[in-house]
Each structure stands twice: as C-alpha cells, then as structure tokens.
Write a protein that binds this ligand. Structure first.
Ligand code: AMP
Ligand code: GLY
Length: 434
C-alpha cells in the first residue's frame, strides 16, 4: 500500500519513519516533508512538493498515485476539512472531520462541550467584546488569569498573566482595542476570547487514538514549552518531550481515561461530531485534581517523536482500523517499556526571528549511536546537504533503560550535531527525575 503523510515537521518525520516500517507499506509520500524524510535510509520515503494546506492538490496527488491511506499531521488542514474532502472523494484519511476538529480549532466550543460532559477544567468566561472583557477584569483585581484567543493561532494565542495590567495588554493583543474593524494580532482567531482561571501544577500530555467508540490511550508524555532551562523564557512549540512520565501513575491514567477521554468522546458523539483520530489531552495535575488545559486533535509535536520511538505495533494497522471504525477488532498497541527522550535543537533567535540556510553537520555521526533517531523538523536540502530551515530544526530522540540513560544518550547525540547558532534546552526530562 502507498501512504501519504501530510505535514513537514518533526511529528511527520516520526510518523513517516514508523509507517515506513510496516510490512504492508511499500511507499510513503510526505507532503511537503523535510530533509529528514527526503534522506530516510532505504529510499522508501519520498517528499512531494505540495503545501500541507493545499487540500485540492493533496487530493489530486492521492488519486493519481493510488494512495491507500492519508495521514494528516497538523491541525490547520484538519480544521479546514481535509479529512471530509478525502472521504467525499472515496479516499481514506486518518484524522477528525472538520466538525470534530472544532475541539481544537475553537477553544470556546471545547470549553462548552467539556462543561456539558462534566469534565474538569479551568473556570472560564467568554467575550466577543474586548470592552466587556476589560470590565470583567477590573472587578477581579489581581487574580491570576490566562487570556486566550478562541481560534487557531499557531500556539501563540494563549497568554498567561501575572496581574491585571498584563491581562489588559493580552486582551488588546488578542482582540484589539474594541474600535470597530480593528482586530488583534491573531485576526479572526481573536474575535472571541476567553479569560480562564490560572491553574498551577505539572503539565502532562495524554494522547489517545479513537474511532469514536474504542479508545486506546497511549503512554503519558511531557512536553517542555518554555524556551529555556527551568521553564523560563517565552513559550515555544515545545523544546523537548519524553515518555513515559512517572508523574502519571496507573491510577492517574485510569482517572484520565474514565473522567476525561471517555466522556469527551461520548459528548462528541452526542453532539453529532463523532471523533476519529488522535485525541490529545493537555492536562494539568493540580492540588485540586486533574484538569484539562486544552484538547488537540492530532499527534503532539514533539510528543509524537518519543512515542513513535517506543511503539512496537504496526502503526498502519492502528491507523487503518481507526479510519474504518473497527479499533475493537485489533490488539491494543504494544510499547517498548524503555523510556524515550527527545531534545529539540533550535535556530538562534527562536521563538523570535531567526536566519535559515545554515549547513547541519554531524548527522551521520549521531545516527551511528545505538538507540538514537534524529527526527528532522525545520530542515531542507540545499546542494544535496541538509540545512536549517525553521525555528525548531531537529528532534534528537533516544531510548534508554532508564529516563536518565535515555537523556544521556539523546544529549550524546546532540553533541555530535552542529550548525551556526544551534542551541537546545539542557534539562529535558529532569522533571521526571526530580
Ligand atoms: P493551550 O494552548 O491552551 O494548551 O495553552 C498553552 C500553554 O499555556 C499550556 O501548555 C499551559 O502552559 C498554559 N496554560 C493554558 N491554560 C492555562 C491555565 N488555565 N492555567 C495555567 N496555564 C495555562
Ligand atoms: N506539543 C504541543 C503541541 O503539539 O501542541
């Protein structure tokens, strides 16, 4: 079978690599892919020069090339209806429908759905008028809040505020001043905003695959969103991840399945938006219990990288059974008991502005280390050589008998790799060791 993976980040490299290992797959296309997918060893993976948002071109490519399964990586094409377009054309695509993707594409929709399903979350208020949001804050003085844009904003639409002044500035950034026609920096995504109670605790990611009836929860992972060690600095797309995390005990995992995943999937069905695909719960473990921060409707990036490193089952069997609505007929996913740690290497300046095109050296040396896989994210090929092409450039991932050994091995591989301005966090997975 031929499989098309849509997207060009570290998540998609990890998915394409894992899909390529399936005995049932003879070709993997990645649109648009990156240098890592272009250089995948045995040549079974091939990049296709189509943007991940160009749904008509993706559909045409899948038809022309007799693609048996398409896997959509990022949220933007899912929210734009990629899976619906493929289904309407009689093609199989893994991921939620446009209506189900609202769970990530509209935070207001998600919060209201969770309220109906009685799923624990931060208290919230929604506003479509920034003036009313400002008035609301004035009455509350300096209660810590989080201000969020309703729609997709590439992970930048969430502003965690320490005081009222910061919250007022956040409202202005998201929704503009309230003067007619003047929008904030996220455009229409900020036409509704939320003010949420600010929660304190440890964040964990629990991803599950579901066909709308059966739910396979994957082992818990932990992302590292702030740019610098010790969780300082601005938020990023994620500077590293590891799995499993000892913060999620078996009891917590059971609670998450019973009180979060099952009621959410049921409520989606009751709302006539049956959910098929990856349901990613971003959770906070607080002193008052576990609460949802957000749901995503896709694999996390970089959480996908350590998860794919640990997955022992054939991923294609699971993806196909999900698309066909027969997850109950297949065996639960099997996982390598060894932990995996993924360290993101980034461009100088990220998450702010950065330059591109720096040749990346030492990849071959890193690849020779046992239990290491270097997943590419923002890379491309120039003159036959991999060069940096994005903010998050590589996800250097390693397995180890313990988390400390996986961490040591990942950082040993990181030391082999160099380019102008390369940097990474030095403390990925330390929260597990604390
Ligand atoms: P989200 O995109 O909603 O997951 O938010 C991005 C990040 O903002 C999360 O990973 C948290 O670190 C932080 N965050 C979001 N909501 C809250 C909240 N209610 N309390 C504290 N931190 C939050
Ligand atoms: N790792 C966070 C995300 O994928 O949204």
């Amino acid at each position: 079978m031929k499989v098309l993976v849509v997207g060009g980040g570290g998540r998609e490299h990890a998915l394409a690599w894992k899909i390529g290992q399936s005995s049932r797959v003879d070709r993997v296309f990645v649109a648009p892919g990156n240098a890592g997918t272009a250089l995948e060893q045995d040549g079974s993976v091939e990049n296709v020069d189509i943007a991940d948002s160009d749904i008509p071109a993706l559909l045409e490519f899948a038809k022309q090339n007799e693609v048996g399964l398409t896997v959509i990586g990022p949220e933007v094409p899912l929210a734009a209806g990629a899976v619906d377009a493929f289904s309407a054309a009689g093609l199989r695509a893994f991921g939620p429908s446009q209506q189900a993707a609202e769970l990530e594409a509209s935070k207001v929709f998600c919060k209201n759905l969770l309220r109906h399903a009685d799923v624990a979350q931060a208290d919230f208020h929604t506003f479509d008028d920034p003036g009313k949001a400002r008035l609301f804050l004035r009455d509350r003085e300096d209660v810590p809040v989080v201000v969020k844009a309703d729609g997709l904003a590439a992970g930048k639409g969430v502003i965690v505020c320490d005081n009222c002044e910061e919250a007022l500035a956040a409202i202005e950034r998201i929704a503009g001043s309230g003067v007619t026609g003047k929008t904030g920096e996220f455009g229409a995504a900020g036409s509704q905003l939320l003010i949420e109670e600010r929660l304190v605790g440890q964040e964990v990611s629990i991803l599950a695959i579901t066909d709308g009836r059966t739910i396979f929860a994957m082992p818990a992972a932990q992302d590292h969103k702030p740019a610098h060690d010790g969780d300082h600095g601005p938020n990023t797309g994620g500077m590293g991840a590891y799995s499993p995390t000892p913060l999620v005990t078996e009891e917590i995992m059971r609670t998450v399945e019973e009180r979060f995943l099952v009621p959410t999937v049921h409520q989606m069905k009751r709302s006539r938006r049956p959910f098929r695909g990856v349901l990613y719960a971003g959770l906070m473990i607080t002193k008052q219990g576990i609460k949802v921060l957000e749901y995503n409707v896709r694999f996390g990036d970089p959480e996908c990288q350590p998860l794919m490193m640990r997955l022992q089952s054939d991923l294609v069997d699971v993806l196909e059974a999900t698309v066909d609505g027969r997850l109950d007929e297949i065996k639960p996913m099997r996982w390598d008991p060894r932990p995996a740690v993924c360290v993101v290497m980034a461009s100088e300046g990220y998450p702010g502005s950065y330059t591109k095109g720096h040749p990346i050296r030492g990849l071959d040396e890193a690849a020779k280390l046992p239990d290491v896989k270097v997943f590419h994210a923002g890379t491309s090929i120039w003159d036959g050589q991999p060069v940096s092409h994005g903010g998050r450039v590589l996800g250097v991932t390693a397995l180890g008998d313990t988390i400390s050994q996986a961490k040591l091995q990942a950082y040993t591989a990181v030391k082999c790799i160099r380019w102008d301005g390369a940097w990474c966090r030095k403390d990925i997975s330390d929260k597990a060791l604390a």
